[in-house]
Ligand binder design. Sequence first.
Ligand code: ADE
Ligand code: ZN
Length: 328
Amino acid sequence: MSALPKIELHHHLEGAAPPVLIRDLARARHVDIGGIFGPDGGYAYRDFQQFLAVYEAATSVLQSPGDYARLTSAVLEQAAAQGVIYLETFVSPDFCGGRDLAAWRDYLHAMQEAAQAAERSHGIVLRGVVTCIRHFGPEKARQTARCAAETMGDFIVGFGIAGDEGAGRPRDFTYAFDMAREAGLGLTAHAGEWGGPQSVREALADLGVSRIGHGVRAIEDPALVAQLADTGIVLEVCPGSNVALGVFPDWAAHPIERLRAAGVKVTVSTDDPPFFHTTMTREYDCLARTFGWQQDDFAAINRVALDAAFCDADTRAELLKRLEPKDA
Ligand code: ADE
Ligand code: ZN
């Protein structure tokens, strides 16, 4: 499965940080990040709120553009080893220079240089989706959207929102999303992970997104499932993340197959791979084992994902050639 070329759309750069990198940086900087690691050396948390706290503690040791260059290189090497040929990762000016535009540009430059080197050596293409953090509130989201709008281009291609889905309402973030849309960025929002169908409806109506991060709890409302299918909204589904965080008790209970059977455009991603002890290959293996998905199913999923990617048309066309089987 690792050899199969893959398109991954839902991935948080800091959330993909190898624990060993975070531990090294914490030691070098004398930063006390408390007990965020378990006995196995991996990230340890009990529930989603604690996951967010551990995520932010780990992120606090990434303090310079150089740290983000190191992070980007490590993450891309690992993703490429899973067969990922195109990765869209969430990056946030909140964590990179505190939403200061000049600092954000420096961080971006470092990430982009690391990405270009990884593309040359591993063939993996990286694009960034600037993400505001819902529990940081609408004012910070506006500043983040401004950073996104000012730096949109051949690397920054989208805008999204992550964080605690229980904090505020999508309409609080309409202004930030309007700014990003006017700049020409693709739009996505985390919804329907912890919130139910209403959360997905509001993200669609109030933020005007073409993709939903997770969206899996739409399954609770057949009318919403039909709406998603009819309008071609793409779900960035991360089954291993959902199972690890307890959104669903196990893989068999996960609705990805029911959503797909209902005609919803689903894609597959890892979200925050080391936090959930997953990789793209493991996601595919579990889907094959649980739902009987085969090569053709994965090929179709990857075409849906490439179609929904926020990259430019030339990049998409190049990637499409790499997705097609060699004997086609
Ligand atoms: N940030 C990182 N991972 C997340 C997730 N699964 N949901 C919301 N915000 C996140
Ligand atoms: Zn996510």
